[in-house]
Write a protein that binds this ligand. Structure first.
Ligand code: ACO
Length: 434
């Protein structure tokens, strides 16, 4: 792994003493002050809730410039990848660091196909979930269960074993996702087919039923590939940091990914795509204008936030949201669907972007703002939106887990705290309490 360069010194004047710290610089000229010796040297810790100013690792996977709205996987612009690649090409890129040649891609696709089934005993697990169980709950449990059926990677694993484990996870998680859905609607599971591509297979496993025709059209395949590519990685976000945190304790790949799935479920993270549709549906059904929503979002006494808006890193338009918006319009046009929620979303976006509150805070639509409308048009129920995000994010999680494993600076993730509880208290026996 490429480590950053030392490019200077920063000084901390604390308690009458001056402490020098190295200044580091990455390949895109991002700077960081190396605080690793802070507590040892000064006795104090840095305080940074939400880690907004904290770099937790070196990484070669993804670059984001939030001020300029730039996103690149392994150096390639998201705009180029979304238009020119399939999701599997991008997954290969994230995991291996290079785009595959045609023969590498064919070999990889064959591997994915070969490992797309899950152990039949695992299919029984689905039966014990209650009707309408959220597919994210089922998916996270199923992914961690893979560790009891399939071997784990260890430090002696070869390149081939790595490929096999990653292909197994990519392929089986898609099968598990589709089975979770079929279970939640009480329909028979549809097995993967070696005649179909990764995305075609997913659509078929989701929507085929023995009693109705399901046509896998190029527009659906293109849109699905694009959606998965847009979600494939986003550097040290909440779920990826969770995968790294769990992995830093030495947990296996399946357990680390299952933890990432749980983190992604939250409405402030991947769960926002479902929350956006709920918000748009509320506006539509209640007939409340978008002004009311914008007003509520600005009210400091109201916990409501405009879902699909704002981002920790982007202080400009999220490049993924721009691609997602175009793709959404394309899908609706080609399928001949007129969804009133699209009109409401566009009106909401326009109102917010012209409002001083949102302007001053640099709040723009994020990736989740338009993806839900596309998924709805494609036939996905709302509770599957975050599952699809998880499928897309999987190669990114894997790439980070592998990077962590080989990181010479790796340490167990363990932040500190500033304790504000009671100081030492005398113990009181139970009969004397009251
Ligand atoms: N609606 C209204 N106000 C907002 C919103 C929003 N969606 N997002 C941020 N703000 C305001 C905050 O209230 C805060 O205002 P203040 O300075 O007056 O206190 C200011 O903007 C900064 O917000 P923070 O909460 O400090 O930003 P943070 O980086 O911690 O949070 C987050 C980022 C969680 C994405 C936030 O913008 C949010 O909750 N958005 C809505 C949920 C969402 O869409 N999540 C998906 C994110 S993308 C992803 O994970 C795939």
């Amino acid at each position: 792994m490429e480590l950053s360069k030392k490019v200077g010194k920063a000084e901390l004047n604390y308690d009458g003493k001056v402490y020098p710290f190295d200044v580091m610089e990455g390949t895109e000229k991002e700077r960081a002050i190396d605080m690793r010796a802070l507590r040892k040297e000064t006795g104090a810790i840095s305080f940074d809730p939400g880690y907004a100013n904290t770099g937790s690792c070196h990484s070669e996977v993804t670059f984001i410039d939030g001020e300029k709205g730039i996103l690149r996987y392994r150096g390639y612009a998201i705009e180029d990848l979304a238009v020119n690649c399939t999701f599997i090409e991008v997954a290969y890129l994230l995991v291996h660091g290079t785009l595959p040649t045609q023969s590498q891609l064919s070999k990889y696709s064959r591997l994915l196909n070969r490992h797309s089934l899950i152990h039949e005993d695992m299919r029984n697990f689905f039966e014990n979930y209650p009707e309408h169980a959220h597919p994210m709950a089922i998916l996270s449990a199923m992914v961690v269960s893979l560790s009891s059926f399939y071997p784990e990677l260890d430090s002696s694993s070869s390149e081939e074993e790595l490929d096999l484990t990653v292909a197994r996870l990519l392929s089986k998680m898609r099968t598990l996702a589709a089975f979770s859905y079929k279970q939640s609607v009480g329909e028979p599971h549809v097995y993967p087919s070696s005649k179909l591509t990764y995305v075609e297979n997913f659509l078929n496993m989701m929507f085929y039923t023995p009693v109705a025709n399901y046509e896998i059209t190029p527009v659906l395949v293109r849109a699905m590939n694009k959606l998965l590519i847009l979600h494939a990685d986003h550097e040290q976000n909440c779920s990826t940091s969770t995968v790294r945190m769990v992995g830093s304790a030495g947990a296996n790949l399946y357990a680390s990914i299952a933890a990432g799935i749980c983190a992604l479920w939250g409405p402030l993270h991947g769960g926002a795509n479902q929350a956006v549709i709920e918000m748009l549906e509320y506006i539509h059904k209640e007939g409340s204008g978008v002004e009311e929503m914008v007003k509520r979002a600005k009210d400091p006494d109201d916990s409501f936030r405009l879902m699909g808006f704002g981002h920790r890193v982007y202080k400009a338009y999220d490049p993924r949201a721009r691609i997602a918006k175009t793709s959404c319009e394309e899908v609706l046009n080609q399928l001949g669907i007129e969804d009133p929620l699209l009109g409401i979303a566009m009106e909401l976006e326009e109102k917010a972007l012209n409002d001083p509150y949102f302007k001053e805070r640099n709040l723009y639509p994020n990736v989740d703002f338009y993806t839900g409308i596309t998924l709805r048009a494609m036939g996905f129920p709302m509770n599957m939106f975050t599952v699809i995000f998880a499928l897309g994010r999987l190669p990114g999680w894997v790439a980070h887990w592998l990077e962590l494993k080989n990181d010479p600076d790796k340490r167990i993730g363990r932040p500190r705290q500033v304790y504000t509880g009671p100081v030492h208290r005398e113990f009181v026996p139970i009969e004397k309490r009251g």
